[in-house]
Design a protein around this ligand. Structure first.
Ligand code: GLA
Length: 391
C-alpha cells in the first residue's frame, strides 16, 4: 500500500527545494524514526532489542552545486533555518544546534570512511515527532548518510552506516547512546520488526505476522529535564554491576548468578542489573512469541518490561505509568509499555486494529482527565528503513 503521508511529505520537500533554489532536486532520500517494542536500555549492555520503523520519516531533497565545491547548504523546514556545512572540515556548532547531527555524519563519512562529497544544496523536513523518544535525530542522521551515498554513488555496509550515525550522535550531539536508534533507521523493513543482537550486531527480520494488530503510539507530551545525565548514570551503574559480577558481558550472566551475588551489591545497582538480565530474556521470548503469532504472550512481556523499567531501572515517570495503567484496563489493548529512553516521551501499545480509533480516543481522554495534560497519538504499521526515492 502506498504511504500517502510519506508521498505528501516528499512533495512538500520537493516544492520547498524549488522555491529556495529555483530548480528541481536530483536526489530525494527518506529515513524513518523508530519505536522499540521491547528491549529497553539494553542496547548498550550487549542485549537484544526489538524495534520497528514507524511510518514517520525525515526526507531530504538535494542537488549538486558545481559553484560550491566544499559546502553543503541545508535548509531545515522544521527549524526554518539554513546551515552551511563544510564538506572538508566539518565543525560542530555550539548549543546543541540541529545541524550538528548532519555535520557529525558528514564528518564520519569524510574522515572515517574517506568519502569525497561534492558541494550541494538541500532541503530537509521531518514528520517524526521531535523529542518524543521516537528517534527523530537518528532519522536525520541516517537520511544524511543515505543522501551522501546517493550523491557520491558510493555505498558503505549498512552496519557501518549505523555506526557512523551513532558516532555522530556521540561526538556531535553529546549523547552516549547505544546502537538501536541508528541501526533501526538503517535496517528496518516494512511489515517486519528487527531483532537486533547488540553484542555482535547481527540481526533478523521478524514478520509482524498479524495484519489485524496495529501499533498505537501515545505521546505523554511531558519531558522531564533530568534525562541527559540520568542516561549516562544508568550506563555507569550497569558497568559497575558487570564488574561486581566479574563478567565480560551481560549475555554471560544468568538471573541465578545475579541473585546469588545479591549481597555484594549496593541495592540500586543490583536493581539496574536485574532489569538488564530480565529484559534480555524478555526480548528473546517476545521475538519467539511473535514468530508463533502468540500475541497474548507478547502483550504480557510488554507489561512486565514496563514494570521493570519503572521499578528496577527507574526511567519511567508518573505520566508514562498512568498511560500504561489506563491502556492495561482498556478493552482491545494487547500490551503496552514506555518506549525509548524514558522520563517522558511515548508509550507503545499493541491494539486490535478494528478498535484502534476508539481505544486511542478513550486512553487519551482518560489520561487528560487524570493528568491535565493533552496527549497526542498516532497509529502505525512497521515502516521502511532508509531508502533512496529519487537519484
Ligand atoms: C535512547 C538511546 C538508545 C537506547 C534507548 C533506551 O533511545 O538512544 O540507544 O539506549 O534510549 O533503550
Amino acid at each position: 500500500m502506498p504511504d500517502t503521508r510519506l508521498e505528501l511529505l516528499i512533495a512538500d520537500v520537493v516544492a520547498k527545494f524549488a522555491e529556495k533554489y529555483a530548480s528541481d532536486p536530483d536526489i530525494v532520500v527518506a529515513a524513518p524514526g523508530r519505536v522499540n517494542l521491547i528491549g529497553e536500555h539494553i542496547d548498550y549492555n550487549d542485549g537484544f532489542v526489538l524495534p520497528m520503523a514507524i511510518e514517520r520519516y525525515t526526507v531530504i531533497a538535494a542537488k549538486v552545486d558545481p559553484q560550491n565545491e566544499a559546502t553543503a547548504t541545508l535548509y531545515s523546514v522544521d527549524m526554518d533555518e539554513q546551515a552551511d556545512i563544510s564538506l572538508v572540515d566539518p565543525v560542530k556548532k555550539e548549543n546543541s544546534h540541529w545541524s550538528n547531527y548532519v555535520t557529525g555524519v558528514v564528518d564520519g563519512m569524510v574522515k572515517g570512511k574517506g568519502f569525497s562529497i561534492p558541494g550541494f544544496q538541500a532541503v530537509a523536513k521531518s514528520n517524526v515527532p521531535i523529542g518524543g523518544g521516537l528517534s527523530s535525530s537518528a532519522s536525520l542522521e541516517v537520511a544524511t548518510a543515505t543522501l551522501i551515498e546517493a550523491i557520491t554513488g558510493q555505498t558503505i555496509a549498512k552496519v557501518d552506516k549505523g555506526l557512523v550515525c551513532q558516532k555522530a550522535e556521540h561526538d556531535f550531539a553529546g549523547v552516549p547512546c547505544g546502537i538501536m536508534d541508528q541501526f533501526s533507521s538503517v535496517l528496518c523493513e516494512s511489515d517486519h520488526v528487527l531483532l537486533l543482537d547488540c553484542r555482535d550486531q547481527s540481526f533478523q527480520q521478524i514478520p509482524f505476522s498479524n495484519p489485524d494488530i496495529v501499533v498505537l503510539i501515545i505521546n505523554s507530551e511531558v519531558k522531564h529535564e533530568l534525562s541527559g545525565g540520568e542516561y549516562a548514570q544508568r550506563r555507569a551503574q550497569c558497568e559497575e554491576a558487570l564488574e561486581i559480577l566479574g563478567a565480560e558481558s551481560y549475555r554471560d550472566v544468568t538471573l541465578q548468578q545475579l541473585q546469588q551475588k545479591k549481597d555484594d551489591f549496593d541495592e540500586v545497582v543490583y536493581h539496574r542489573a536485574h532489569h538488564v538480565v530480565t529484559e534480555i530474556a524478555r526480548t528473546v521470548k517476545t521475538a519467539e512469541a511473535m514468530k508463533k503469532n502468540a500475541w497474548q504472550t507478547v502483550g504480557e512481556l510488554m507489561y512486565a518490561s514496563h514494570a521493570s523499567l519503572r521499578d528496577d531501572f527507574e526511567v519511567s515517570c508518573k505520566e508514562l505509568d498512568v498511560l500504561v495503567d489506563i491502556a492495561s484496563k482498556t478493552d482491545g489493548v494487547i500490551g503496552a509499555r514506555m518506549t525509548g529512553g524514558g522520563f517522558g516521551g511515548c508509550i507503545v501499545a499493541l491494539v486490535q486494529g478494528n478498535k484502534a480509533d476508539s481505544i486511542s480516543d478513550s486512553i487519551c481522554r482518560e489520561y487528560e482527565e487524570q493528568t491535565g495534560v493533552k496527549p497526542s497519538a498516532f497509529m502505525t504499521r512497521p515502516g521502511q528503513g532508509a531508502h533512496v526515492i529519487q537519484s
